[in-house]
Design a protein. Structure first.
Length: 252
């Protein structure tokens, strides 16, 4: 639905590299990487009040039903993740609608000292560094645990985000939740598009190749989703998500 349209809004990737406080490199995006919208996108492009109410009702009912269905599986996953003595859940701060930060939940899929290991890897491995700068993902990430690799490949690690949906931090469908550092460095003028809606448990990125896409393509997918928002599009994304999960394209 979106992949054929993102070229119209695809930002130009910039070669410069910035380093965030944690010492991890980020590819800097110029403020004019995307043409500025004619009007404030956050004020004029977001769903109307009726569409927002219907979307929120679908989120609440859908998340509650999915939690009931997946409760036994989530309990088994929790027991498997806890076997190494680490925490079951991982909560990382992400940017929500209106720029409000929230704690995005996942089943822990990495070792306890994942941040330190990443910094060491990027310092000594230029290929891994280039891959991280391009996609903010590593295909062969040494930080991922054996059970974590399975959870990531099947997207089961994201099931706890159903609680985020119930709490109103996320939606069932929307842009992939990102960190403030990613929003500042990569999105440029498109940050207004991202902040106009709740981030989603699934969305155009998840059905369009996931980590096989570049970060510029990821941003363009978010822009296309917000500018072409409709409840029908949300339904189609929800219907395509199970097939995308089973295909495991870009899932790592």
């Amino acid at each position: 639905m979106f992949s054929a349209e993102i070229r119209q809004v695809l930002p130009v990737e910039q070669p410069a590299v910035a380093v965030e406080p944690g010492g991890l490199p980020l590819t800097a995006a110029a403020p004019d990487a995307l043409p500025p919208p004619a009007n404030d996108i956050a004020a004029t492009r977001r769903p109307g009040p009726i569409a927002r109410a219907v979307k929120r009702a679908i989120d609440i009912v859908g998340a509650a039903l999915l939690l009931i269905v997946f409760a036994p599986i989530m309990l088994i996953i929790a027991l498997l993740v806890a076997r190494d003595g680490g925490p079951v859940l991982y909560a990382h701060t992400r940017v929500g609608r209106g720029g409000v930060p929230f704690r995005c939940l996942k089943f822990r899929s990495m070792v306890a000292d994942a941040d330190a290991r990443l910094a060491m890897l990027l310092e000594r491995d230029p290929l891994a560094r280039a891959e991280w700068e391009r996609t903010r993902k590593l295909r062969n990430d040494p930080r991922v645990t054996p059970i974590g690799r399975f959870l990531r490949a099947t997207s089961l690690d994201e099931l706890p985000q159903l609680f985020n949906v119930l709490a109103g931090d996320m939606s069932l469908v929307g842009p992939r939740p990102v960190q403030q550092s990613e929003l500042a460095q990569f999105y440029g003028a498109a940050a207004a598009h991202y902040r106009a809606v709740r981030p989603g448990l699934t969305g155009p990125w998840q059905i369009s190749g996931r980590s096989d896409t570049s970060y510029a393509e990821r941003v363009a997918l978010d822009v296309a989703y917000v500018e072409r928002f409709s409840l029908l599009a949300d339904l189609l994304i929800l219907l395509r998500t199970p097939l995308a999960v089973l295909a495991r394209k870009g899932a790592y």
